[in-house]
Design a protein around this ligand. Structure first.
Ligand code: ADP
Ligand code: ADP
Length: 227
């Protein structure tokens, strides 16, 4: 069974007084369990649109999405219990690090405080547990975002541009953290990036997307031959 698959996904954005815009044009892909799959492409290619659809945040105009054997458009509630998403770095501004993790754990019905403590340790946030979100550096905000995205021990995690807007050193740290997660957890990771080096470092397979279409797919070696 594939962890995530989609067939012939189309997305047409329709805004008042604007021409409809076709952001995705018949995307199909299959992602195996335990795979790290990277959606790579330039700004505006449709990466956020695609990962939002795959992670049940956005409903496509047409097409089918299956996650862990379930129909993601019909069994959304069940699917959402077993996946998680990290997108952007917006979290409750005035809350403290441990409060934020506890809050999201409780949202999944997890009241065991050890779960929060383990997340703080795994994502190197113990020192910052009593700081408020607005007091954190960009790197620690992103670590907290990752910790939050793994709090329900998800089987599939979607990371939208996990290193966007981070300084190179901090971006490297976040990449190492993602590699550590891949080693230690039995999880399927799907991430977007516009950075080829990042895709190469993290991904088992890469889909290169341009103007809403997958123009190449394969390992980084296979893709280099194509590009
Ligand atoms: P990427 O993540 O690769 O930068 P996006 O998926 O964010 O690409 O956007 C793909 C295209 O769809 C862009 O041209 C963007 O302007 C457009 N787009 C994204 N969201 C909307 C929306 N809500 N309404 C209209 N157009 C949108
Ligand atoms: P990203 O590059 O990470 O996709 P953007 O700044 O392009 O982020 O988009 C931020 C938000 O604005 C998203 O929710 C996206 O759907 C929306 N958006 C992007 N382009 C458009 C557009 N042309 N019209 C309306 N909303 C848009």
């Amino acid at each position: 069974m594939n962890a995530v698959e989609c067939r012939d996904i189309w997305m047409v954005y329709r805004n008042f007084m604007e021409e409809p815009f076709t952001a995705l044009k018949g995307i199909s892909l299959e992602i195996g369990e335990g795979e790290v799959y990277c959606i790579l492409g330039p700004n505006g290619a449709g990466k956020t649109t695609l990962i939002s659809i795959l992670s049940t945040i956005l409903i496509p105009t047409r097409g089918e999405v299956r996650i862990l054997g379930m129909d993601a458009l019909r069994q959304t509630k069940e699917v959402r219990r077993r996946i998680n998403i990290s997108s952007g770095t917006r979290l409750p501004w005035g809350m403290r690090v441990y409060e934020i993790l506890r809050f999201y754990a409780l949202a999944y019905g997890i009241s065991d405080k050890n779960v929060v403590d383990r997340a703080l340790a795994e994502f190197e946030l113990e020192k910052y547990r009593d700081l408020r979100f607005d007091e954190l550096s960009a790197g620690n905000r992103q670590k907290l975002n990752l910790a939050r995205a793994f709090i329900n021990d998800p089987e599939v995690v979607f990371l939208d541009e996990p290193t966007a807007n981070l300084d190179p050193d901090i971006a490297r740290k976040v990449r190492e953290m993602v590699l550590g997660i891949k080693e230690e957890r039995n999880v399927t990771l799907i991430l977007t990036t516009h950075n080829m080096g990042e895709a190469e470092m993290l991904a088992d397979r890469i889909a290169f997307i341009k103007n809403g279409e997958i123009v190449a797919e394969g390992t980084s070696d296979e893709l280099k031959r194509f590009v």
